[in-house]
Write a protein that binds this ligand. Structure first.
Ligand SMILES: Cc1ncc(C[n+]2csc(CCOP(=O)(O)OP(=O)(O)O)c2C)c(N)n1
Ligand SMILES: [Mg+2]
Length: 617
């Protein structure tokens, strides 16, 4: 059965815009008794699906997710695990894939279907049914889930898995749970099952009546704004977007997944939008009377927890492959592919342009924002450099064709605002699930997807401590990463959040307890933990640049270009100096009742902001 499964995967191709390619480019895995004799044996004999050994099952799913993101969902990776902990380690990765709408195929081993030897090692038994295992945990985080209890079930399960994985609207994680005995069983599969199959990725066009209504709304609008999401990039609609924007003068704000939809220096690119947005995008959003969302799921970061769009009569037009997202905010749903929908919309709006005042205001705000970025890039904080200047260093001194990868901590918010994206793939943020630990593993997936590009992983010490294991895989496979490790002694992000809630950074520092308890910022200088992350990275095989200033990092970035193996630029950075937020808010609840004065004050502030959250009917 496992042999048939692997062979089938090698025969699946995808086609879009006349370009055909194999869909699965390899299989990450960690073997254990739940998969070694089945999928493990099949991978050994079927060389067309290259096997990559990872260090952690969660990390391998991150790498696969990043790979698929780089490939605009047209190619992906498979991940296999043993049963029990190997399998459940992949659950977080599955959620990352599904939240971000990126295809990965997960093949965890499962309990014996024949059951007679139960409980097998690592089996979590249930006293009310034998028809359940820990792999049922994948159900809520996958777009398709199946258990292959008989070999012939592959004949119906695999085509379903492919339908979901290759559908732009339905894609995400797919799990086929594989009982360890069934993997090794034989079955007379029909030859036709293994013939090459091409899955055509459609560029669906929206309903014409909806398109006409949308065009009417756009013509009638006075202050329209485009919100560009990840769908713009996945659909390869960046040219279509630029044509429409140039012709009509509608300004653009970019989500975390959509950053890079326009070059940063396009005069109508207002940059990041929402809670981590720029003053330019957020001011225009505040007054927008029409928002055209393209390929966005309107996360709370994008909408600043529904406080961003404050025109009382604001309306929405949403272009999205998924009706689920298209319908959000009571929009006119243009359910279709972003590229062709933008082209059709541009044709229908021939001759239309926004009022000159609107365009001029947007261009002025764009210029002002650019000045603000330069200001932050040019801070030279002492004794420890600021995060903003280090972002500037990577942006300006790194290879301009490179990809920068990040996921969690205080970096994403600062990067969203400050990063100057020069090409659509330069800014790679996993911010759907914002999963600490994605960064290095994700960097590996990016590099595997496009080995010719330099890859800069920007990662905090917290995320690094959570998952740096794939440094080893990057060295084993010769995929060079340049990891810029910003070591600020704990959680700069949650520390700042905690302070904003009146909680003094409690529990967010990497320091020893004092008088038996962990302390916050109010304790002043506490004794730091003796963690040496530079030595740690070196021990995993990376070349390490130890830096303590902006200039050190600048030199390291230049020297890293010549490095052939994975290298880590380790720099201690300031924990307190933050990039401000610009005209936006994020809803994080504050205790309604507390004895602490700072919490009471934060609650008052929270109530004030909360009152501007909106519903759109
Ligand atoms: C797996 C996971 N656990 C918890 C969180 C919540 N969280 C967000 S940022 C953060 C701290 C990150 O620390 P670090 O990587 O050092 O970045 P910094 O905040 O210092 O920039 C935490 C705990 C998360 N996003 N992901
Ligand atoms: Mg940190």
């Amino acid at each position: 059965m496992a042999q048939a499964l692997v062979l089938y995967l090698t025969r699946q191709h995808v086609e879009r815009d006349g370009v055909q390619r194999p869909f699965f480019r390899g299989c990450f895995g960690i073997f254990g008794h739940g998969n070694v004799g089945g999928i493990g044996q099949a991978l050994q004999q079927t060389r067309e699906l290259r096997y990559y050994q990872s260090r952690n099952e969660q990390a391998q799913v991150h790498a696969a997710v990043a790979f698929a993101k780089m490939k605009n969902r047209l190619e992906s990776m498979v991940c296999t695990s043993s049963i029990g902990p190997g399998a459940t380690n992949m659950v977080t990765g599955a959620a990352v894939a599904t939240v971000n709408r990126l295809p990965v195929l997960l093949l965890p081993g499962d309990l014996f279907a024949r059951r007679n030897v139960a409980p097998v090692l690592q089996q979590l038994e249930s006293e009310h049914t034998q028809d359940i295992s820990v792999n049922d945990c994948f159900k809520p985080v996958c777009r398709y889930w199946d258990r292959i209890s008989r070999p012939e079930q592959l004949l119906t399960a695999l085509p379903e898995a492919m339908r979901v994985l290759t559908s732009p609207a339905d894609t995400g994680a797919v799990t086929l749970s594989l009982p360890e005995d069934v993997q090794a069983e034989a079955y007379e599969y029909p030859n036709a099952f293994f013939e090459q199959r091409v899955w055509h990725v459609a560029r669906n066009r929206p309903d014409q009546a909806a398109l006409r209504r949308a065009a009417d709304w756009i013509r009638a609008s006075r202050r329209p704004l485009i919100v560009a999401g990840g769908g713009v990039l996945y659909s390869e609609a960046t040219d279509a977007l630029r044509v429409l924007v140039d012709r009509m003068g509608i300004p653009v704000g970019e989500t975390m997944a959509g950053k890079g939809s326009l070059r940063f220096d396009h005069p109508l690119n207002l940059g990041a939008i929402g809670a981590t947005g720029t003053s330019a995008a957020n001011q225009v959003a505040h007054d927008a009377d029409l928002v055209i969302g393209i390929g966005t799921r309107y996360s709370d970061f994008t909408t600043a927890s529904k406080t961003l769009f404050q025109d009382p009569d604001v309306r929405f037009v949403n272009i999205n492959v998924a009706s689920f997202d298209a319908a959000k905010h009571a929009a006119i749903p243009l359910i279709g592919d972003a590229q062709v929908t933008l082209q059709e919309l541009a044709d229908m709006l021939d001759g239309y342009g926004v009022a000159p005042e609107h365009r001029e205001r947007a261009q002025r705000l764009h210029d002002e924002w650019n000045t603000e970025v330069s200001r932050v890039y040019n801070v030279r904080l002492e004794p420890l450099p600021s995060q903003g200047e280090l972002i500037g260093a990577v942006n300006e001194l790194g290879d301009p064709e490179a990809v920068m990868v990040c996921a969690a901590g205080s970096l994403p918010g600062d990067l969203h605002k400050l990063w100057r994206a020069r090409h659509p793939k330069q800014y790679h943020l996993e911010y759907g699930y914002s999963c600490m630990g994605y960064e290095i593993a994700g960097g590996l997936g990016v590099k595997m997807a496009d080995p010719a590009r330099e890859v800069y992983v920007m990662v905090g010490d917290g995320s690094y401590l959570m998952m740096s294991s794939e440094i080893v895989t990057s060295i084993q496979e010769g995929y060079k990463l340049t990891i810029v490790l910003l070591d600020n002694g704990g959680f700069k992000s949650i520390g700042a959040l905690s302070r904003s809630l009146g909680q003094n950074g409690f529990g967010t520092r990497y320091v020893y307890p004092r008088d038996g308890a962990l302390v916050g910022d109010d304790a002043g200088s506490a004794e730091l933990l003796p963690v040496d992350l530079a030595a740690n990275a070196r021990s995993l095989g990376a070349y390490v640049f130890e830096c303590s200033s902006y200039d050190d990092v600048a030199t390291a970035l230049r020297n890293a270009r010549a490095c052939e193996q994975t290298c880590v630029i380790h720099v201690k950075s300031d924990r307190m100096q933050g990039v401000p937020s610009y005209d936006a808010w994020w809803d994080v609840p504050v205790a309604e009742v507390s004895e602490v004065a700072s919490v009471q004050a934060a609650r008052e502030e929270w109530e004030r902001h909360r009152s501007s959250e909106r519903y759109f009917f």
